[in-house]
Design a protein around this ligand. Structure first.
Ligand code: G1P
Length: 278
């Protein structure tokens, strides 16, 4: 099995829940403290061993490309001043990996966004991070845990899961599975955003995936599902029927930064964390 080098970031969504903030700024660029959400995701991917970031953008998302590039004017202004250290982290990120971009012209769902990224991925297994699921773990990042697992199970796709209150299943892809070792499930069923009454469990998919390149062929023939959009959950169900999908209960915390409540919670949490470091 090839090493996981590439990480795909679907980043074409409108971010309507954060309007008016997201009218001219991509939602992936909203900062938790001083760092944009997407940079947290990129740093998690680098920690997991990825060196190629494949970003699926859309109209109005140019700030993302500018962020992961050198700003000569800024570098010039800040050089040798007391503020230079503010650029240290982003400089390191830019030096450690490459960024490539493609545009999703129409919003046809997460599955469609991932298929749009095929041109940047090619024929190799890859990771997917949804930047608005912000994950934190002291020792090993969530994607790194999944990459380690994929080395043991190279013929499987892997989704990250966590237990959610049953009444919240309508916000997530939800799996059913057989626990094959502690915290690891062989997926037998998966449903996109089911009503609590119809949910096969309370194990919700969160925005971290390890996918095999065969997912692209499946996505090409996956009809629109929930909300009239092509769902990655439906494509994965196809592979789950061939026993090719695992679900992993990750170690760490996850903040739903796609919602204002989760965003505020993440901000408070990272603020406390930074203060403790001082
Ligand atoms: C997407 C997926 C869903 C998953 C969720 C995790 O939904 O479709 O299966 O549970 O991400 O955040 P979205 O939140 O983009 O509506």
């Amino acid at each position: 099995m090839k090493k996981i080098r590439k990480c795909l970031f679907p980043a074409a969504g409108y971010g309507t829940r954060f309007l008016p903030a997201t009218k001219a700024i991509p939602k992936e660029m909203l900062p938790v403290l001083t760092k944009p959400l997407l940079q947290y995701g990129v740093e998690e991917a680098i920690e997991a061993g990825c060196d190629t970031m494949a970003i699926v953008t859309g109209r109005g998302k140019r700030a993302i490309e500018d962020h992961f590039d050198i700003s000569y004017e800024l570098e010039h202004q800040i050089k040798g001043t007391s503020k230079e250290h503010f650029l240290k982290e982003i400089r390191q990120v830019i030096e450690q990996c490459t960024f490539s971009y493609t545009r999703q012209r129409e919003m046809k769902g997460l599955g469609h966004a991932i298929l749009t990224g095929e041109t940047l991925i090619g024929e190799e297994p890859f990771a997917v991070i949804l930047a608005d699921d912000l994950c934190e773990n002291k020792n090993e990042g969530v994607l790194s845990q999944m990459v380690a697992l994929s080395e043991k199970f190279p013929q499987h796709c892997i989704v990250a899961i966590e237990e959610v209150p049953k009444e919240e299943t309508h916000k997530y892809g939800v799996i059913a599975g057989e626990e094959i070792q502690k915290g690891l499930y062989r997926v037998t069923d998966m449903v996109e955003k089911p009503d609590p009454k119809e949910a096969p469990s309370n194990l919700a998919i969160i925005g971290r995936y390890i996918l095999l390149p065969e997912i692209f062929d499946v996505l090409r023939t996956t009809p629109p599902g929930k909300g009239g959009e092509v769902q990655i959950t439906d494509a994965l169900l196809h592979l789950a029927k061939e026993e090719k999908v695992l679900a992993y209960k990750f170690i760490g915390r996850r903040f739903d930064c796609g919602s204002v409540d989760g965003f505020v919670e993440a901000t408070n949490y990272f603020y406390e964390l930074e203060n403790r470091k001082k």
